[in-house]
Design a protein around this ligand. Structure first.
Ligand SMILES: C[S@@+](CC[C@H](N)C(=O)[O-])C[C@H]1O[C@@H](n2cnc3c(N)ncnc32)[C@H](O)[C@@H]1O
Length: 265
């Protein structure tokens, strides 16, 4: 939620001036910063390539298929798919991510700064992806639904939507936890805890003499809740997997919660 601060100030002639300040949401500042990419550098191209290979083997999109990568980050999945010959569009809210992605654009690969809650295109894609926990950020349930409906709208009937999420059951049991990691000479301290129905990470470190504090706050959405969400869209769940090798989902053990859904014809 944007926070609206309203203030009144007086200038010399004593006229009140109203001003408003919009505070950034955590997901606008954290993902746009270079430090997110340092802390998560192990989530790399090799991981992306092997997961995409598994998905392609399962879904077998024809070579003519067009693919939408929603919340594409720096484009690790999009770039791999375009190199395989598919027409790919990547979308992300982060200006810095899209600037970085655009260096890879070509006649099959395009990127746009776009909020996934908003409709992008309709009936245009054979496959839409939302990968590596790019969901559950919003405070309002309505925004979760808007995101899923926009993804569904982007698909042609019969097209697939893949949502790759954290496993809320495992994450809930694993918190709270504090860990320290030194990456590229930066000492990160991460405190991970469950607050209400969210897993919250407080990330602090200093770099070049400056102190930084960021936050991640992801809703722990149960598989049942996702099923309810999908029922309110034109997407039908066809498979539920629990890891990047597409093994069956187990609430107790799986590292991920991966839904494969298909737009009703
Ligand atoms: C955890 S990262 C995953 C990025 C990418 N899918 C990957 O696997 O590398 C989440 C991404 O979601 C993007 N994001 C957050 N809120 C968004 C929104 N409302 N619309 C579009 N993208 C958003 C962030 O900028 C960030 O790049």
């Amino acid at each position: 939620m944007y926070c609206l601060l309203i203030g009144v100030s007086k200038i010399a002639i004593n006229l009140p001036i109203f001003f408003s300040v919009r505070m950034k949401e955590w997901f606008q500042s954290w993902f746009d910063s270079p430090y997110y990419h340092i802390l998560y550098k192990h989530r790399d191209n090799a991981e992306a390539a092997s997961f995409i290979d598994e998905l392609l083997q399962l879904l077998k999109p024809p070579q003519s298929a067009s693919i939408l990568d929603i919340a594409c980050g720096k484009g690790r999945h999009s770039i791999y798919l375009a190199n395989k010959g598919y027409r790919v569009t990547g979308l992300d809210l982060s200006e810095q991510n899209i600037i970085c992605c655009r260096k890879h654009e070509n006649d099959r690969l395009e990127f746009y700064e776009h909020d996934m809650r908003e409709i992008f295109r309709t009936n245009d894609y054979d496959l839409a992806l939302n990968l590596f926990t790019s969901f559950g950020y919003f405070d309002r349930e309505h925004d979760n639904l808007r995101t899923l409906r926009s993804a569904a709208l982007a698909l042609r009937p019969g097209g697939y939507f893949v949502l790759d999420y954290l496993n809320p059951v495992v994450v809930n049991h694993a918190t709270p936890k504090t860990f320290h990691k030194t990456i590229d000479g930066i000492d990160f301290t991460v405190v991970k805890e469950t607050v209400g129905d969210r897993v919250v990470k407080s990330i602090s470190f200093s770099d070049k003499g400056q102190e930084f504090n960021f936050k991640e706050s992801v809703q722990l959405i149960s598989p049942e809740k996702f099923q309810e969400y999908f029922k309110q869209t034109s997407l039908e769940v066809t498979h539920v997997f629990g890891d990047y090798n597409l093994n069956k989902y187990s609430a107790k053990d799986s590292p991920r919660l991966i839904f494969i859904t298909q737009k009703i014809r």
